[in-house]
Design a protein around this ligand. Sequence first.
Ligand SMILES: Nc1ncnc2c1ncn2[C@@H]1O[C@H](COP(=O)(O)OP(=O)(O)OP(=O)(O)O)[C@@H](O)[C@H]1O
Ligand SMILES: [Mg+2]
Length: 545
Amino acid sequence: MTHPASEPNPPAGGTGNAQAATGITGAAATHADGTTNTVEPILATAGVSKTFPGVKALQRVDFRLFPGEIHTLMGQNGAGKSTLINVLTGVVAPDAGTIRLGGEVVAFASPQEAEAAGVRTLYQEVNLCPNLSVAENIFAGRQPRRFGAIDWPDIKRRAQAALARLDVTLDVTRSLDAYPIAVQQMVAIARALSVDARVLILDEPTSSLDDGEVSQLFKILRHLKQSGIAILFVTHFIEQTYAISDRITVMRNGEREGEYLARDLPADQLVSKMVGHERMSARLREAAHEGHDTHEKQVAQTVQPFIELRGVGRRGTMQPIDLDVQPGQILGLAGLLGSGRTETARLLFGADRADSGTILVEGRPVRLRSPRDAVRHGIGYCAEDRKKEGIVAELSIRENILLALQARRGWWRKINRQRARELADLWIERLGIKAADAEQPIGLLSGGNQQKALLARWLATDPKLLILDEPTRGIDVAAKFDIMDRLLALCASGLSILFISSEISEVLRVSHRVAVLRDRRKIAEVAGKASNEDNIYRLIAGSGE
Ligand SMILES: Nc1ncnc2c1ncn2[C@@H]1O[C@H](COP(=O)(O)OP(=O)(O)OP(=O)(O)O)[C@@H](O)[C@H]1O
Ligand SMILES: [Mg+2]
């Protein structure tokens, strides 16, 4: 077998193509049931380009996905990953180039058409209907019918079966928004898998999952791969990339930088190809290597905390907790999903009202009955669910960034246009938000860039305490280090941060102290030597205090 005529020849120009070309034959052989035959790609693009106003999102991209492989698409925020997926799945029509599925040229006019052809997709933003039941979400738009009527018992049974494949048991008749976002994500995956697929595409499916759920998902993906399904996966987690991928395609500035076998591409090289060799700082190189702690952290003991929680709890949500954050410090919250991390954050921000205990701000008892109270006391909250509590898709980037500041000033005291533009531009620059223009609707930004804008919103209010709930979710490795550096610099001038992340290594890297939560209570607080990953995992697992 040879590659079809349309088979993308290693494109001219760009780096990494030589490795790519040699890598491909070897890789194909690996995936041909142990034989040495060359396999045809199941899905391929040739010369695909897409320009949005002011942005070349894709430039002559050649991409291919083979049956029975897990192929990871990597690149910085705004590199074009989601756009490529959107082109493959009929969400966006390319300006140029062709797409082939099983060797045939296709031009899907809609995601439904792509689905019908066996290309199943889980998009970056969970696109489910929160007020419909779990079962309806799994089968929405393709309910099994009996004698023309929707067959509810059958839907229920099938929804349960689809979830059972993921080892998830839910009451499928409950509405979706009764469940936390990680569970909603699982429902979305169940939906994608509920029909026969030849290709399964997942755009950052793991960003809201905890370690256990990720390994669960990976188990399923490996199983699907064995059955010959081609899997295209997007993630910013380097470790996950290597845990699951056979092949990696690197995107940079809308171009395909190269295609590699995962085993031939060391992590530091991968990062360097994503950001461009010239931008590869020594620190990033080191970090890419093994997530080293490169920050100096001093733990001051005697300072008056900015905020103190004494026995603050809420029946049914959070056991009474003692916590304090000092000026200039980062307090990390570690724990599994559902351990009470977000619940604690919501109490601190007045999003939920505490029904026991005392909250002190700069030594004085305060009542935080609403987010408005919290904001008045200089508290900002960058929420976990950027779609629900975060960005307003139809407002501009500028308006989104200035939203919290404007709310604090009061809507009758409008920030003047000139000032608003300057402030927005300042934060766009400081956080490296990749946008053609601050006046664009924010919904047009890539996922990671939306997350940065959300962070900018709270930084623009010049808060004294910033609560960051999974702030770097969806943000690429290079930008992540950049942002953490900026946050640490702000801490040096007095900002306090409560930092929540599922990635324990990330919590440890930035936090001066770490409070460990389990089953909605605080079980330990560690600093210095005790704050190492092993120790924290032991605490979370409940062995070792
Ligand atoms: N509908 C659109 N209109 C205008 N610009 C768009 C649109 N969709 C994407 N873009 C722009 O195209 C570029 C590529 O975006 P894309 O979403 O593909 O990035 P990505 O690689 O998925 O990034 P991330 O890691 O942040 O998700 C970005 O600059 C983005 O703002
Ligand atoms: Mg994306």
